[in-house]
Design a protein around this ligand. Structure first.
Ligand code: NDP
Length: 330
């Protein structure tokens, strides 16, 4: 049955523009990388998406290869759009990407024109949409000429298959290079989607300065470092956690004593701010000037509600920032 959205869904969420563009994104966006594919429980995953929408989350992030098997997250989300969110398309900002290994053979990955265009057509079919709002090149391809990628992304916009384009995981120099092509073409290029959290701060020295210079936006993913920046791993590895599931992206080796100690100390600061550790970690990523949205994943509706409540306190005193800096740099 179609969903009757919460009438006050836009009252609390905060929206920021992506760089020098007209496009506003919620400061917290929901990603469907895990927990929304074929093996996930359909009714729970649907409820999580609808709850997100009711909390003012307009932006849902996908990729061709999300879900197990590849593509199943887009299929699932397409079904939710048809069954539950029909009539709300213009309130939704849907992104997808291509570039990682998706189908066999030489055209199933990387950033050739061949891959980018074929993959977007596949994504649109799975989603059941005429266009996506943002189409991203999912990773930097050192072997394809960057102008080929730029022209292909420009073309999908001209064809009406995407409203904006972006890059993801691009190094600073490649962002500058592709931006110069987009500039010349007049392509609506919104910026970079990148990995950033209290445990992964490299972008502060390379990517963020370039985005600020170009006035492009950043959507940062994995603000919780896949769950390590919560209190869930402080005592053991809960059996229902991502780490216990032995996924490629999160190994037990990442749970070091050093990180556990840091989370214990950061949790104290969170408490003083009336926040949970997860809320502190998300709010912290939003302090960077170019960051418009923090892109989270959740395995339950409860986590979603907790994480979205981080918007209740997004301001940090200088003293708090200094204390956090001290903990992280020790
Ligand atoms: P997160 O850092 O947000 O980790 C999410 C996981 O942390 C959840 O699935 C859950 O895992 C745990 N968690 C979340 N909230 C809480 C909470 N309040 N308390 C305890 N545990 C919690 O990142 P993801 O890896 O999920 O990535 C988020 C999104 O970023 C993706 O869906 C995707 O859209 C995007 N992304 C983009 C990439 C790119 O290359 N462009 C790469 C990776 C992600 P559990 O409960 O199972 O332990």
């Amino acid at each position: 049955l179609s969903h009757l959205a919460n009438p006050s869904r836009y009252q609390e969420m905060i929206y920021r523009r992506l760089g020098h563009s007209g496009l506003k994104v919620p400061v917290i966006s929901l990603g469907l990388y895990r927990n929304f594919g074929e093996s996930s429980r359909f009714d729970q995953a649907t409820e999580t998406i609808l709850t997100a929408f009711d909390l003012g989350i307009t932006h849902f992030d996908l990729a061709n290869n999300y879900g197990e098997p590849n593509g199943s997250a887009e299929e699932f989300f397409g079904q939710v759009l048809r069954d539950n969110l029909a009539g709300y398309r213009d309130e939704l900002l849907i992104s997808t990407k291509s570039g990682y290994d998706m189908w066999p053979g030489p055209y199933g990955e990387w950033l050739s024109r061949k891959h980018l265009i074929a993959s977007l057509d596949q994504s649109l079919r799975r989603l059941g949409l005429d266009y996506v709002d943002i189409y991203y090149a999912h990773r930097y391809d050192p072997k394809t000429p960057i102008e080929e990628t730029a022209y292909a992304l420009d073309q999908v916009v001209r064809q009406g298959k995407a409203l904006y384009v972006g890059v993801s995981n691009f190094p600073a120099e490649a962002i500058e290079e592709i931006d110069s092509f987009f500039d010349a073409l007049g392509t609506p290029f919104i910026g970079n989607q990148l990995n950033y959290s209290m445990f992964l701060r490299q972008p502060e020295v390379d990517v963020f300065p370039v985005l600020e210079k170009l006035i492009k936006g950043a959507v940062v993913y994995q603000p919780l470092y896949q769950g390590l920046l919560t209190e869930k791993y402080l005592n053991d590895i809960p059996s229902n956690s991502r780490m216990a599931q032995n996924v490629d992206s999160l190994s037990r080796g990442q749970l070091t004593q050093d990180r556990i100690k840091k989370v214990q100390r950061l949790s104290q600061i969170a408490k003083e701010r009336d926040q949970t550790m997860a809320q502190l970690a998300i709010a912290w990523t939003l302090q960077q000037k170019s960051v418009a949205s923090s892109l989270i994943g959740v395995s339950s509706k409860q986590q979603l509600i907790e994480n979205v409540a981080s918007i209740q306190n997004l301001t940090f005193t200088k003293d708090e920032m200094d204390q956090i800096e001290l903990i992280l740099s020790n």
